[in-house]
Write a protein that binds this ligand. Structure first.
Ligand SMILES: NC(=O)c1ccc[n+]([C@@H]2O[C@H](COP(=O)([O-])OP(=O)(O)OC[C@H]3O[C@@H](n4cnc5c(N)ncnc54)[C@H](OP(=O)(O)O)[C@@H]3O)[C@@H](O)[C@H]2O)c1
Length: 272
């Protein structure tokens, strides 16, 4: 419910930007026994106004419970890029949506970054969903199919509202905030809405049978480790481009160009 710009403005000045990270452990607090100096770790800073540091810097300090070792064979660019969106997809579908073996799911905006070129589709398959239907535009359709979607609805050719009308899904995961489930099931969005929170959610649930939820992703070691396991088993994370921090203007331009396919990664290690 707090726009990103406000979160940024609440940070200390001068502004420290950046949320995702991968890096090498340089120092460690007493009592931390799951990590050692020299380990490669990744994660994302918590999306909270309490977060006063940014990751586009040489050093950050994070709780050991909010980062995880990067599995062998996964490079630092991919490890940084995978964090927020994979965790968002897991926490939305599994924790908020209750997606589990055999259940059906519709993923709206499967070609987006949270969909991470349909990463949500891959995660829904790993969670053993019974059927995974994906909504995206023509440009992302073949990728969604390749990554395991049982049915791809091309939103440029077919109205999605028909699928919502049918209400034949246990879970609908929408990252656009533009849709709502018509009846039954659980609807999860990454865009918070007042009716997702008690007491409004209870009233809507009783009156319509619809269960609408939204989430704010939380970085935690367990989910990062799960993602690491899935990446070792072949889950893909597309990287569009990698920039040095000194070329940050070019990185921003690429990020906002509308042409990127996958994540734009910025390397801080070689300095400004
Ligand atoms: N709450 C959280 O914890 C959390 C975490 C991560 C992200 N988010 C939020 O989630 C949202 C999505 O993030 P993102 O990074 O995935 O965005 P993104 O990469 O810009 O993707 C947006 C996607 O939405 C699709 N889309 C746009 N209009 C649509 C419509 N009317 N119907 C169906 N699909 C439509 C686009 O597909 P087309 O190519 O078809 O236009 C695109 O694939 C953002 O607002 C972000 O801030 C929240």
């Amino acid at each position: 419910m707090i726009p990103g710009s406000l979160l940024h403005n609440l940070k200390v000045t001068p502004l420290d930007a950046g949320w995702y990270f991968s890096g090498i452990v340089e120092n460690i607090a007493e009592g931390v026994d799951n990590l050692k100096v020299g380990d490669a770790v990744h994660g994302h800073l918590q999306y909270s106004s309490k977060t006063k540091q940014g990751t586009l810097t040489d050093y950050i300090t994070v709780p050991a419970s909010e980062c995880a070792k990067i599995p062998e064979g996964i490079n630092m660019d991919v490890a940084a890029a995978v964090t927020t969106e994979a965790l968002t997809a897991i926490q939305a579908m599994r924790d908020k949506g209750g997606l589990s073996k055999g259940k059906s799911i519709l993923i709206i905006a499967a070609g987006g970054v949270v969909g991470t070129q349909t990463q949500a589709v891959q995660i829904a398959k790993v969670l053993k969903a019974g059927s995974v239907h994906a909504v995206c535009s023509t440009k992302d359709a073949s990728n969604a199919t390749k990554l395991g979607a049982d049915l791809v609805i091309d939103r440029t050719k077919k109205a999605i509202t028909k699928a919502l009308d049918a209400a034949s899904y246990d879970v609908i995961f929408d990252t656009t905030g533009k849709y709502a489930m018509k009846k039954g099931g659980t609807f999860v969005s990454t865009i918070p809405n007042i009716t997702d929170y008690p007491p409004f959610s209870w009233i809507v649930g009783i009156a319509t049978g619809k269960h609408s939820k939204s989430l704010m992703v939380k970085c935690n070691r367990q989910d990062l480790e799960l993602v690491g396991e899935w990446m070792k088993a072949g889950m893909t994370v597309p990287i569009d481009s990698v920039y040095d921090i000194k070329d940050i203007d070019d990185a921003r331009e690429r990020q906002e160009s509308g042409k990127k396919s996958g994540r734009v990664v910025i390397k801080v290690a070689d300095g400004w």
